[in-house]
Design a protein around this ligand. Structure first.
Ligand SMILES: Nc1nc2c(c(=O)[nH]1)N[C@H]1C(S)=C(S)[C@@H](COP(=O)(O)O)O[C@H]1N2
Ligand SMILES: [Mo]
Length: 415
């Protein structure tokens, strides 16, 4: 894995250098603070969210809501090729189960029932007898980018950072389902976690989602107990979670207790109505869309992120700047990432790594030179293997503000 370590080491050196450069140049450069937005004609220097970093056990996260706890990672803190545990965003619909702290993980059981021939109740020990696999898997919240929509959609105002790619160890969902013996009637999974509804009512369920059996049977859909070589952190689902990579993060149920195989589309809380659904046809901003015209989001769209430099960099004229980030494309993969420094007039191709395994994000980088002093925006645009590109402006408005995969932009002033 030495070809993985090399870019990391040079990244650190580069970051240090970038920091020094920023310190040695004194600039008077104040900008008005406005609502984070990607849309319209607002210069990105004016639109970036404020840094607000304070959450125990986390580093570089911006809290969007305290109850339930929701926090996104600032893009420049997603610079690692594999997202460290303390930098992975957190998305909770309910309250973190206290049993995850207190309970001996050995007392934990996972029930598999529904449309199976042999329902199972597995202890963690029994679950770990299935063959383990380790994959780097990308999870993005369906609402990442919601802050860009106008009229605004209710919910956490995620900007860019409800995405991460950590390395998970677990067993294949497919192996467990096969051992329970799927009936011919099996069409969908329903996953239940152990978190508590916001009301505190133990009979209410904050969220229960699932996927078509075909996605559950994909070899990269895991029941995981390790994140980056350590037991799952409490906030990420200790002791067990589903990882359904490339699909809305909401299908990766944390604190997993129960898998029920359904003979129809699952109808648990947050599966129906407007939750994690978009209109079947394009609608104008602000439209009322009847429930029956909403469809479940499956694979997430192609997207990229610029993780270096941090926006609002001051850079020295004449010095080449290495720009880099990640790109991903749901069930598909990314073919190219292009970068523009002139508001999209010209685009240059970056060098892009293949994914470490299917559903891992890909890393891109390029060296940029700036033709003269002044204000620049770096825009990054990914294209998936089917030729589908990220839009440069906010894509189709939808009632809950999902699937905003507009290009990420960072501001650079060349002095
Ligand atoms: N039990 C449970 N699982 C859950 C959630 C939840 O609220 N409860 N949130 C989901 C959503 S909407 C997302 S985007 C991902 C986020 O995973 P993370 O907090 O590990 O980043 O977890 C999913 N799994
Ligand atoms: Mo989510």
């Amino acid at each position: 894995m030495s070809n993985r370590q090399k870019p990391n080491a040079s990244r650190r050196a580069f970051l240090k250098y970038g920091g020094l450069t920023a310190l040695t140049i004194a600039v008077d450069f104040s900008l008005p603070l406005l609502r984070p937005s990607y849309s319209g004609w607002m210069a990105v220097a004016n639109a970036d969210p404020l840094d607000d970093i304070s959450i125990p056990g986390k580093n570089g996260l911006r809290i969007l809501n305290n109850r339930p706890l929701n926090a996104e990672t600032l893009p420049h803190f997603l610079d690692d090729e594999i997202t460290p545990n303390d930098r992975h965003f957190v998305r909770n619909n309910g309250l973190v189960p206290s049993s995850a702290h207190e309970m001996d993980a050995k007392g934990w059981t996972l029930t598999v029932d529904g449309e199976v021939h042999n329902p199972l109740v597995l202890t963690l020990e029994q679950l770990k007898r299935f063959k383990p696999y380790t994959y780097s898997l990308q999870i993005e919240c369906g609402g990442n980018g919601r802050a860009g929509y106008d009229p605004p959609a209710k919910g956490n105002q995620w900007t860019y950072g409800a995405v991460g790619c950590a390395t998970y160890t677990g067993v294949r969902m497919g192996d467990v389902l096969r051992s329970a013996g799927l009936k011919n009637s099996a069409v969908y999974t329903g996953y239940y976690g152990n978190d508590l509804h916001l009301s505190g009512d133990p009979n209410k369920i904050p969220i229960s989602r699932g996927t078509p059996i075909s996605k559950a049977m994909d070899e990269h859909t895991l029941i995981a107990w390790e994140m980056n070589g350590r037991p799952l952190p409490t906030l990420h689902g200790f002791p067990l979670r589903v990882v359904t990579p490339g699909w809305p993060g909401s299908t990766s149920i944390k604190w997993l207790k129960h898998i029920t195989v359904r003979d129809r589309e699952h109808d648990g809380p947050k599966m129906t109505g407007y939750s994690y659904r978009v209109p079947r046809y394009p609608v104008p901003p602000g439209a009322h869309v009847p429930k029956r015209d909403m469809k479940i989001i499956e694979s997430m769209p192609v997207k990229s992120l610029i993780t270096f430099p941090k926006s609002r960099l001051n850079w020295k004229y004449g010095k080449p700047l290495q720009v880099r980030g990640h790109a991903w494309a749901g069930d598909s993969s990314v073919k190219t990432v292009h970068v523009s420094i002139d508001f999209g007039a010209n685009w240059g191709e970056t060098s892009l790594t293949p994914p470490a395994n299917p559903f891992a994000w890909q890393n891109w980088s390029t060296m940029l030179g700036f033709p003269k002093r002044g204000y620049y925006e770096i825009w990054a645009r990914a294209t998936d293997t089917a030729g589908v590109m990220q839009p440069m402006v906010v894509p189709g408005w939808n009632p809950k503000g999902y699937l905003n995969n507009a290009t990420h932009r960072v501001a650079v002033t060349v002095l």
